[in-house]
Each structure stands twice: as structure tokens, then as C-alpha cells.
Write a protein that binds this ligand. Structure first.
Ligand SMILES: C[S@@+](CC[C@H](N)C(=O)[O-])C[C@H]1O[C@@H](n2cnc3c(N)ncnc32)[C@H](O)[C@@H]1O
Length: 250
């Protein structure tokens, strides 16, 4: 495969606005996962600079919440591109925290002018006024809730369900006609990931995109699920964020 040209400066500037270099979009991952060519991907990536004000707002919100950089989900810009590429009716994610993954789905849906993001989160609340040493940055500052860093203009139409995904996800899946994109970023154990993947299985269709983060903690759960669908697993670089696209039946 020929090497990718350097990312455009305006895209890199958008990554810097968020304040986490790991958020540089990974084109190999995106093109493989979405099954799109370089030209189409280039067209979608060119939309990323529109997100610069959002990235600045997120960074500012995180700083005001005592987080120097955000770094909870490393591929937010890819979520925006994916949402633009697949034009989903229903996106489901588990695990919201400050809302970085959520708002990138929401930004894509807003630009598509269709589709709904359904998010499930049982927030973990910060123990004291400021983040204690050793305390997880995924915890929510006191008096705030899941999605606390999301600028208000992105919130309309967001279906946020607070509670354990064990309770919320099966109910939610029954309500939607399809699951077009799914992101697991909640409780990272093999049993829990398997539970979430099996919960969404009935509403998947050829072309649905399914992702799981932090698979270093979830054993073979994702690979097993992919095998059962006959799908290829795409790993984002050397990280443990993985995805698959449900294939057409043979
Ligand atoms: C890694 S953070 C999510 C990060 C988020 N996707 C982002 O972009 O920043 C994980 C979140 O899942 C929540 N969580 C953990 N176990 C859960 C469960 N069983 N059901 C629902 N939410 C859960 C945590 O409280 C936390 O808010």
C-alpha cells in the first residue's frame, strides 16, 4: 500500500485545539473499517477543521474541570468521519464520562441532518471538589453529570440514558429499528463486552460498524464476536481500539 501524504495543517490544528496528539485521525483504520477509498476519505477528512471551535470548547471545559488534557477516547475525530460516511439512523454508545465520544457523534449527526445518538452511562462521581491523586479522570466533577464537557448547542436530540448498561442497553435495543454504529466504552471486562455485543446483535445489519475500546482488558471477546459474524477486525494502529464492519451475507 502506498504511504499516506501528510495530514493537512488545518486538520493538525484541530487536533491541537483538543489538546491530545493521539487524536490524529488514523486513515488506515478508517478506510479499512469503512471500506472507503482515499478520495472519499480525503473529502470527509476535509470537514474536520469545522470542528476546531468544538475542540477548543471541550479543552476549555476539561481544564475548568481540572483535567489538563482529555485523553479518554483517542479517536474522536474518526467518530465524526464515520458518522458522516455511514449516515446512520441510530448510533449507540456505552460509556460517556465528559462526553468526548458523544459530542463527535452528535456533530456528525447534526451535519447529516438525520439520525440519533443513544448513549448509556452510569457516571462515577469525583470524590472531592478537585480530582484526587490517583482518581480516574473519567469521573464526573461534583454537581455535574455525564456529558458535562459538551457545549449546550450540541445537546438537543441527544438520547442519554443514565444507568448501568446491563439494565439500559437491552431496553434501548428493543426500541430502535437498527444499530448502525455501536461503540463500547463502558465496563471493560470480557463478560461485559460480550453481554453488550450480544445485546446489539439482533439489530445489526450488513454495513453496521461495531467498535470496542480498551480491548487489552477484554480478552478474546471482540475477536470471537467478529468471527461469529465472519467480519474482519481492524485495530487502530498499535492501540487496543478495534472495530469491525458487518459483512454482506455470503
Ligand atoms: C472510559 S469512560 C467513557 C469515555 C467516553 N467514551 C469519552 O469519550 O470520554 C467509561 C464510562 O463508563 C461508565 N461505566 C462503567 N461501567 C458502566 C456500566 N456497567 N454501565 C454504564 N456505564 C458504565 C463510567 O462511569 C464512565 O463514565
Amino acid at each position: 500500500m502506498t504511504a499516506w501524504p501528510p495530514l493537512k495543517p488545518r486538520i493538525l490544528k484541530t487536533v491541537r485545539a483538543l489538546g491530545d496528539a493521539r487524536a490524529r485521525p488514523n486513515r488506515t483504520w478508517l478506510s479499512g473499517l469503512l471500506g472507503i477509498d482515499r478520495k472519499e476519505l480525503g473529502r470527509l477528512l476535509d470537514e474536520i477543521p469545522h470542528l476546531a471551535p468544538l475542540e477548543r470548547a471541550l479543552r476549555k471545559a476539561h481544564e475548568s474541570g481540572g483535567r489538563r488534557f482529555y485523553a479518554q477516547f483517542r479517536a474522536p475525530l474518526e467518530l465524526f468521519v464515520m458518522t458522516r460516511a455511514t449516515r446512520p439512523d441510530h448510533v449507540i454508545e456505552t460509556g460517556v464520562s465528559s462526553g468526548v465520544s458523544s459530542v463527535h457523534f452528535l456533530a456528525g449527526l447534526r451535519r447529516n441532518r438525520r439520525g440519533t445518538l443513544h448513549s448509556v452511562d452510569r457516571p462515577q462521581v469525583q470524590r472531592s471538589e478537585s480530582l484526587a491523586a490517583g482518581e480516574s479522570i473519567v469521573s464526573v466533577p461534583r454537581g455535574r453529570s455525564s456529558g458535562w464537557a459538551i457545549p449546550p448547542e450540541y445537546l438537543s436530540g441527544w438520547d442519554l440514558r443514565l444507568g448501568l448498561s446491563q439494565d439500559q442497553l437491552p431496553r434501548l435495543v428493543r426500541e430502535v429499528s437498527t444499530v448502525d454504529i455501536f461503540l463500547h466504552d463502558s465496563h471493560h471486562t470480557p463478560a461485559h463486552l460480550t453481554f453488550e455485543l450480544e445485546a446489539i446483535r439482533p439489530k445489526l445489519h450488513p454495513g453496521s460498524v461495531v467498535m470496542a475500546d480498551n480491548t487489552q482488558w477484554t480478552g478474546q471477546a471482540f475477536d470471537r464476536f467478529a468471527r461469529s459474524l465472519g467480519a474482519r477486525v481492524f485495530r487502530r494502529g498499535r492501540s487496543d481500539l478495534v472495530g469491525l464492519r458487518v459483512p454482506e451475507p455470503l
